[in-house]
Design a protein around this ligand. Structure first.
Ligand code: FEO
Length: 395
């Protein structure tokens, strides 16, 4: 049990081994944490969120050995995705009368994920309060940040927001706070988390932040459910979320491609040379050798997105099909792009990619660039010229 403030404790789990999250969808190269918090009021002690199922026994044993399960008066379930709710059933086996405060949608999701009776749920809405004695919990629904059941909890009297998934990072450190973390890794993981998990719901971010700001409550700590706690200038992550949710782009173009016989790779490299000649940052990523989370993060950060695939059996490569599906669901705005690809005879690949770019909301700036087999010097120079012109148009 780690004391964060007077009467506020971290009782979560650090997962140093985690390499993948959301099944195999999200790579976690720096592990993660399942943050769970304990708030001790003079009348009641509240536990906020639990942990992922595989850690439930060690999590509950730790609670038993520190606070004692009989001393927990209620559970606040801010979100039922199993990385936070995976220990609830086991907790209820030991404390069957424990009331659970959650949204109406969360109660439904507990029923559909874990079955059985969830009559101990007390459903709450934005503005509802729970007095712990000396501290008051103020519940703030946050539907689609990032599930319909999500909510946050503001602890009046502590100046602390328990934000659940929002403002999190899949990042485990030996410490607990943002000012103790490697700043480079912290921000890398924070933007990756935003791009892959929050970006599809970007439209909701500013109104939710405005709603919280409208409460006029002091804020000196943000406790997310993953990664480090924002105690040093907590507003910095809120400002970043506002920036990231407003058609964010850096002075960068990403070129994501796949290649069979190095022909589409040659096209990608020619386009990249052209971009680099303008001084703009360019990143080339072979989709078959990279991972989706990284590629989507780079697409999120980029002003321009160029995608290439050879034609494979009248279609595109499976690696490119995967990234285009992921890109579509990020619902990015303000991006421009183009498609390219080599072929031997039918040549559908580049056209299919262009359609997928359009479906992802990317404005088409040229192409599709179709290349019969290996580009010659003149054809490479044309691609290079497009790379230059495309980069210049984005500045
Ligand atoms: Fe960290 Fe949506 O669960």
């Amino acid at each position: 049990m780690i004391q964060l403030k007077e009467n506020l404790f971290w009782v979560g789990v650090k997962d140093w081994e985690l390499e993948k999250f959301h099944g195999d969808e999200y790579t976690t190269k720096n592990g993660s944490t399942y943050n769970s918090y304990l708030i001790k009021g003079s009348d009641k002690t509240a536990l906020v969120d639990t942990c992922w199922g595989p850690y439930k026994e060690q999590y509950l044993a730790h609670l038993e050995n520190t606070i004692g399960l009989q001393n927990i008066d209620c559970l606040i379930c801010q979100h039922t995705e199993t990385d936070h709710s995976g220990a609830i059933s086991a907790l209820l086996e030991k404390a069957p009368d424990l009331p659970i405060f959650c949204t109406a949608k969360a109660k439904q999701f507990l029923e559909s994920q874990f079955h059985g009776s969830w009559d101990s749920c007390i459903t709450v809405k934005t503005g509802d309060k729970l007095d712990l004695g000396g501290y008051e919990l103020l519940f703030i629904e946050a539907p689609m940040l990032h599930w319909p059941d999500s909510m946050m909890t503001y602890v009046s009297g502590m100046g602390t927001l328990l934000s659940n998934d929002a403002f999190g990072q899949h990042y485990v450190t030996s410490g607990f706070y943002n000012d103790e973390a490697d700043q480079c890794l912290l921000w890398q993981e924070a933007i990756k988390y935003y791009a892959n998990i929050v970006s599809p719901y970007a439209k909701i971010v500013k109104p939710k932040i405005d709603q919280f700001a409208g409460l006029g409550e002091p804020l000196d700590m943000i406790c997310p459910s993953h990664g480090v706690i924002w105690r040093d200038e907590p507003m910095q992550i809120i400002h970043k979320y506002l920036e990231w949710s407003a058609a964010y782009k850096e002075d960068q173009i990403v070129i994501i491609y796949d290649t069979m016989w190095l022909e589409t790779k040659a096209m990608a490299e020619a386009l990249g040379r052209g971009v680099a000649q303008t001084g703009m940052t360019v990143k080339l990523i072979n989709a078959a050798k990279s991972d989706m989370t990284h590629m989507l993060t780079e697409a999120f950060r980029s002003a321009g997105i160029l995608v290439g695939s050879p034609t494979v059996n009248n279609g595109i490569s499976h690696a490119m099909a995967g990234i285009m599906e992921g890109l579509k669901h990020l619902k990015l705005t303000g991006k421009q792009g183009a498609a390219f690809g080599s072929y031997g005879w039918s040549g559908e690949g580049a056209g299919i990619l262009q359609t997928r770019l359009e479906e992802a909301g990317v404005a088409i700036a040229g192409g599709p660039f179709k290349q019969v087999h290996m580009p010659n010097m003149e054809e490479l120079e044309k691609l290079e010229a497009f790379g230059r012109q495309f980069a210049a148009s984005l500045r």
